[in-house]
Design a protein around this ligand. Structure first.
Ligand code: ARG
Length: 294
């Protein structure tokens, strides 16, 4: 028999299988924005092609499927009203970084999305959260991924380095800067997925595509997460890393079937959802989901 030590998940011998710790879910609070306004009418990342039509009815069904999935897993979902003429507001993850009663607001990199920041800030202020506005480009959870002990912070395309310093002061946790180098992986949350935030009994666990990061950031990730799940380019291009996990159930795009199989092996329960319409805008599960971190 094998003795499982949750803090050592690497194989110890040639034939040893990595021991997956028990995966326990924790109930989450999510904020989402109905895709009433969703289209691809400009291109601010290489996935977007304004000449290709979006099937909005299909997008709506897919989005409602994601909401139903979260609710069936016991999570709370609240809605922010979409602003007229803001097609990307469905990507609610970008609206702010919210931890407890404090939020670091967003300042969108491109003028096409500027108006969204105030709408999200007002929504949170109305619920008693102290929203500190960003004075540098910052795109919320698109580039800030919250773990128990640190916040992983992406830069290179959208969120500025100065925002990492500012957000760290607001959120009062250590931030780890990670540099993104591939325009297809323009936000951290399309290059790296948090499988377990490490706030429960199991250690923090992530999956990422190394090719999206600079050599130095790859080294940083290896150092901090030696047991991370490494994902290849093809898997990453399904937007499979744009996942949302509650520590046990990992909601991820349907196309990411290879990644789903590897997650099962690691002790997680993959929950595939169809979000193909949003992929044409460069987004998937995580992009549509802002979490209110405890
Ligand atoms: N079309 C949107 C943009 O380029 C997609 C945002 C995706 N959001 C995310 N959290 N990665 O801004």
């Amino acid at each position: 028999m094998t003795v499982l030590d949750p803090h050592r998940t690497r194989p110890t011998g040639r034939h040893a299988t990595p021991a997956a710790p028990a995966r326990s879910p924790r109930t989450r609070s999510y904020v989402m924005c109905r895709p009433t306004e969703f289209t691809v009418e400009y291109a601010i990342n290489p996935w977007m092609d304004p000449s290709r039509p979006v099937d909005r009815a299909r997008a709506m069904r897919q989005w409602e499927g994601l909401v139903a999935t979260y609710r069936s897993l016991g999570h709370r979902v609240e809605e922010v009203d979409p602003l007229p003429g803001q097609p990307d507001m469905v990507f609610a993850a970008n609206g702010a970084l919210v931890v407890g009663e404090v939020a670091y607001g967003s300042q969108f990199r491109f003028p096409e999305r500027t108006a969204e920041a105030a709408a999200f800030a007002t929504w949170w202020r109305d619920r008693g959260v102290d929203v500190v506005p960003a004075s540098h480009p910052a795109e919320g959870e698109g580039d800030f991924l919250v773990l128990g002990h640190v916040v992983l912070a992406g830069t290179g395309f959208r969120t500025s380095l100065a925002a990492h310093v500012e957000a760290a002061t607001v959120i009062d946790r250590p931030f780890v800067t990670l540099e993104l180098v591939d325009p297809l992986f323009y936000h951290l949350d399309v290059a790296l997925g948090v499988l377990d935030d490490g706030r429960g009994d199991a250690p923090a666990d992530i999956a990422y595509y190394p090719g999206a990061f600079s050599a130095h950031s790859r080294r940083t990730l290896r150092e901090l997460f030696p047991d991370a799940l490494l994902v290849g380019r093809d898997e990453a291009l399904t937007l499979g890393l744009n996942l949302v996990s509650d520590g046990r159930h990992v909601v991820l795009p349907h196309d990411a079937s290879a990644l789903a199989a590897r997650l099962t092996h690691r002790g997680y329960e993959p929950v595939p959802v169809e979000l193909s319409e949003f992929r044409t805008s460069g987004g998937s599960v995580k992009c549509c989901t802002m979490e209110h971190h405890a």
